[in-house]
Design a protein around this ligand. Structure first.
Ligand SMILES: [Zn+2]
Length: 354
């Protein structure tokens, strides 16, 4: 609630009702022209009701208009009637009608809880949990990558987010660059408050479990078998870098399926050089100096095998022996691509072409 305080102060200063009514009149005029509707629709009484229900919140009016113009579930008449029938359970807070409307839109989806899990993942945060999911990335991921990550055979993005265009900008399915864009932060203020969103509240643990489930599923299947090769490469780059910071939490879940560990290690060699060094150190942290744990052996053997296969520089036996006594031994110089060798190989080729 506190994050919303500035807009309340602003509302008091300039009385937004005049702007809201102008906005509604202009937008309904556009809708009338587009659908060739009667100039008397909607009546002044209905406009007054909408203005009252907005309670000074411009986002309420904007969401109503987006709902009427983007929903595929009826004519503008039907959709506006539906808006007017949505009644809040409480009249005591200024967001009562907005909350009721958000609830109505989300509960119209085939699986409201799944929608909320998608919405939190799209935001890259979970409810009341100070952690940024995409913090290792410079930009929000393209919507198509989020779709590939989250969708399963029986729940694709069209099924989950199909009629939510009033809440979130959904790029076309052939757009491989644009991220999802939620229209207004008030949606997440609503979703973060169990008091306000009631039965559709999804806590951060549920979101984390959902994401872990997708991670394990993708590792067990060694990627997305049905994906087009070019999209798959982009997805794998996103996938390995997204989960790289979390993989130490998931190692024990993958240990029961050594082929998944192997798949993770081979993918990291191609897509996340830092990730592989991190894992090489992390799995060894709990080892005694005289014996490595089964987890450490499983992961380190797999990592070294894939690094050798890719012609990386790998730690020598002496280095490995020293690391038994000094777990903080830096890996930068001993586990890396042979960048220098490659550039030496390229130089004569360049010289011969010049
Ligand atoms: Zn070890």
């Amino acid at each position: 609630m506190s994050s919303f305080a500035p807009s309340l102060v602003l509302d008091e200063k300039y009385n937004p009702n005049a702007d809201i009514i102008l906005f509604l009149q202009a937008k309904f005029s556009e809708i009338r022209r587009r659908y060739k509707l009667s100039p008397s629709w909607p009546s002044p009484e209905i406009l007054a009701t909408l203005l009252d229900q907005a309670s000074g919140q411009f986002i309420y009016a904007a969401t109503v208009i987006r709902y009427i113009t983007t929903s595929r579930d009826g004519s503008p008449h039907t959709l506006l009637d539906r808006v007017l029938k949505v009644k809040p359970t409480s009249e005591t807070n200024p967001f009562a009608h907005l909350d009721a409307f958000y609830t109505h839109i989300l509960q119209s989806a085939p699986n409201a809880t799944l929608v909320v899990k998608w919405l939190w993942t799209i935001k890259g945060e979970f409810a009341n949990f100070p952690y940024l999911l995409f913090r290792s990335m410079r930009y929000a991921p393209a919507a198509f990558l989020v779709n590939l990550l989250l969708q399963t055979d029986d729940s694709d993005s069209e099924y989950v987010l199909g009629d939510l265009h009033s809440l979130i900008d959904v790029p076309p399915s052939d757009d491989l660059e644009t991220p999802y864009r939620p229209y207004h932060k008030s949606l997440y203020d609503f979703l973060a408050s169990e008091d306000r969103c009631g039965p559709i509240y999804v806590g951060h643990m549920q979101c984390a479990e959902f994401l872990l489930g997708r991670f394990l599923d993708i590792c067990m299947h060694k990627g997305l078998p049905a994906c087009r090769p070019l999209d798959h490469q982009k997805f794998l780059h996103f996938f390995f870098n997204l989960f790289m910071p979390y993989i130490p939490w998931y190692t024990s879940r993958l240990n029961s399926a050594p082929s998944s560990v192997d798949w993770w290690a081979s993918g990291c060699v191609s897509h996340s050089e830092d990730g592989i060094r991190w894992m090489f150190c992390d799995v060894h942290l709990e080892c005694r100096w005289y014996r490595c744990s089964p987890t450490c052996k499983l992961w380190r053997n797999s990592i070294l095998r894939h690094c050798k296969k890719a012609d990386w520089e790998v730690p020598t036996r002496t280095w490995l022996l020293r690391s038994r006594f000094n777990q903080g031994l830096p890996l930068n110089g001993v586990l890396r691509r042979k960048a220098d060798t490659k550039s030496r190989e390229i130089r004569p080729t360049l010289a011969s072409t010049l």
